[in-house]
Design a protein. Sequence first.
Length: 112
Amino acid sequence: MNAETLGQSWPPNPEGSSYTDPKIRTGYARNAYFVKSVDILAEVNYRLKRTGVNGKLLRAEVLADLELSQESKDALMYVKGKWRKRMSYQRWLRDRRYQDKKLTISTTIYPT
């Protein structure tokens, strides 16, 4: 993965490369072209830390190119999305399982 490369140091000086072509617009108005990727990586790592062991399992299964376990899928569902979740991972899991159970009971009683 490229996470290690992004985390080590800033990219080298772009002098003499295609990065300095004035016709090519890269990055965002307030940042250099490579800052956004570092910001995203930091946010993903922060969210993965909040998932604890399940986040570590998710990372290991992705790097090993394995099929995701249910614990990894739970961590992925918590990590994904545009905005950071306000509630803790444990609370989010509890609420999600409650909603799944409620949905299962409701479809059993009132089949469609």
